[in-house]
Design a protein around this ligand. Structure first.
Ligand code: G3H
Ligand code: 13P
Ligand code: ZN
Length: 284
């Protein structure tokens, strides 16, 4: 398979290293990711979501691809769909040019998860696109109850082996006490569980979502036990929105999703432009 993302993940697995997989939602964040990777001459993965595809009116694919091409000449950069939820999402992202997709059916039953994931693999692989699935549930603030029963949401090692065998996925997102965003994580990740998953899946790159708040010690332990990629979104969002806030005079930034700021800015800019266009002769 010619997927750049998968090639990067496999190299990481072979060399016991890990790559950053960073979410983007606009041109500036895309450039920040690509220029950081290029400057450090280190591979990385740019990833986006369906909400960003919609927010960008389907233009994010071309934007990411052209920025990788123009600004990322000195390293290897993959382009991945993060948290697709249906075959429709996957088809759309592949049409926009990703070389890897995630089908996140983690909130479905194991059987349903396997069924939809297999459909995605059957669609993506002939197109040279790699597939990541999730087993167990990496919690989100606002989606789950605050009182997480970690035993209930973490990845079952035997099930993960079955998942890989039955679907042919290329990478697996694991839940070992990690959580998205500002959700409080398990005090100590379940390292034994991760070791067991890796021993059953020696050839499958394992992905850790919700890594914004993972610090050095934990990161090293995770890599030693088979994690090949860390997903980062919140850390970048907070830096980006914090900077906007700072230069616009705010002292504390309540918004950490730049789309919420830039969507309104885009709407107001469009209204201003429309006013000008209407003022000129051509419209009359
Ligand atoms: O895990 C998901 C990411 O944080 C991105 O979420 O782009 O759908 O808001 P979003
Ligand atoms: P954070 O927002 O916690 O960095 O998680 C990102 C992520 O997992 C994207 O899939
Ligand atoms: Zn995630």
């Amino acid at each position: 398979m010619k997927s750049k993302t998968l090639e990067i993940l496999k190299n990481c697995m072979k060399n016991k290293k890990a790559v950053g997989a960073f979410n983007t939602s606009n041109m500036e964040i895309t450039q920040a990711i690509v220029m950081a990777a290029d400057k450090l001459r280190t591979p990385c993965i740019v990833q986006t979501t369906v909400s960003t595809i919609d927010y960008s009116f389907d233009t994010i694919g071309d934007l990411v691809k052209s920025n990788i091409e123009k600004l990322g000449k000195n390293t290897q950069i993959g382009f991945h769909l993060d948290h697709g939820h249906s075959l429709h999402d996957i088809i759309k992202a592949i049409d926009l040019g990703v070389d890897s997709v995630m089908i996140d059916a983690s909130r479905m039953s194991l059987e349903e998860n396997i069924e939809i994931t297999k459909k995605v693999v059957d669609y993506a692989h002939p197109k040279g696109v790699a597939v990541q699935a999730e087993l167990g549930k990496v919690p989100y603030l606002g989606r789950e109850s605050l009182d997480i029963d970690w035993e209930d949401v973490m990845t079952d090692p035997e099930e993960s082996k079955m998942m890989v065998e039955k679907t042919g996925i290329d990478a697996l997102a694991v839940a070992i006490g990690n959580a998205h965003g500002f959700f409080r994580e398990k005090n100590e990740p379940d390292w034994k569980r991760l070791e067991k998953i890796k021993s059953l899946l020696p050839d499958t790159p394992l992905i850790l979502h919700g890594a914004s708040d993972w610090v050095n010690g934990r990161v090293v332990k995770a890599i030693e036990r088979g994690i090949c990629a860390f997903n980062i979104d919140t850390d970048t969002r907070v830096a980006f929105c914090g900077a906007i806030c700072k230069i616009t005079g705010g002292s504390h930034c309540e918004v950490s999703d730049s789309r919420k700021i830039l969507k309104v800015a885009r709407e107001d800019a469009q209204k201003a432009i429309e006013r000008k266009i209407k003022m000129f002769d051509l419209k009359k």
